[in-house]
Design a protein around this ligand. Structure first.
Ligand SMILES: [Zn+2]
Length: 190
């Protein structure tokens, strides 16, 4: 089922997610709905907050991404992405690994038509649980690291505009103001 996506400035986007404790059919259903919603919106990642559920849970799918990344999953290198994507990340904890930070223009499904440069660490480790509650360790870089960092920020109520340089946010000011107004009107109408 395709879910509706919460746009900036809905309060749920600022909520820290509750940890996932039940790895049951409800979580499985949420995963499938979120993946369907993300694909329908042409996104590469989606956090539970964006479908109005404040949980430590997000999905990522980079099978069609032209941007490169390396991934070591539970110590295994060069796994085909088809084996582990769409990725379900429950209770993810990110550790930044040594390496260069990178700047890249990001978008966000909660900010339609708004894009801006964001600097992020280039190399990370993420400890997470899958849909069955099994623990995994993923070390990655490139677009996958960036996407996970963006989604894990959502799980803590942090948005990409919080990570942008002041001048970048300034250049988006008008668009953000319009989006805020649209969100307010939509919330009043619902
Ligand atoms: Zn986002």
């Amino acid at each position: 089922m395709i879910l509706s996506i919460a746009n900036y400035n809905e309060p749920v986007l600022r909520k820290k997610g509750e940890p996932i404790s039940a790895f049951d059919e409800n979580l499985n259903a949420l995963f499938h709905d979120m993946v369907e919603t993300m694909h329908h919106a042409d996104g590469i990642g989606l956090a539970a907050q964006q479908v109005r559920r404040a949980l430590q849970f997000c999905v990522v799918d980079l099978r069609d991404s032209p941007s490169p990344f390396q991934a070591v999953l539970d110590g295994r290198e060069n796994l085909p992405p088809e084996l582990y994507m769409p990725l379900a990340l429950a209770n993810p904890k990110v550790t930044v690994l040594p390496g260069e930070h990178t700047v890249f223009e990001e978008g966000c499904l909660s900010f339609p038509d708004i894009r801006g440069d964001v600097e992020r660490p280039g190399h990370i480790r993420v400890d997470y649980q899958d849909l069955e509650g099994s623990s995994h360790i993923l070390e990655t870089d490139g677009i996958l690291a960036r996407c996970i960092l963006h989604e894990v920020d959502h799980l803590n109520g942090v948005l990409f505009i919080d990570r942008m340089e002041r001048k970048t946010v300034k250049s988006l000011e008008t668009k953000l103001k319009i989006l805020k107004r649209q969100t307010r009107d939509a919330m009043k109408a619902s």
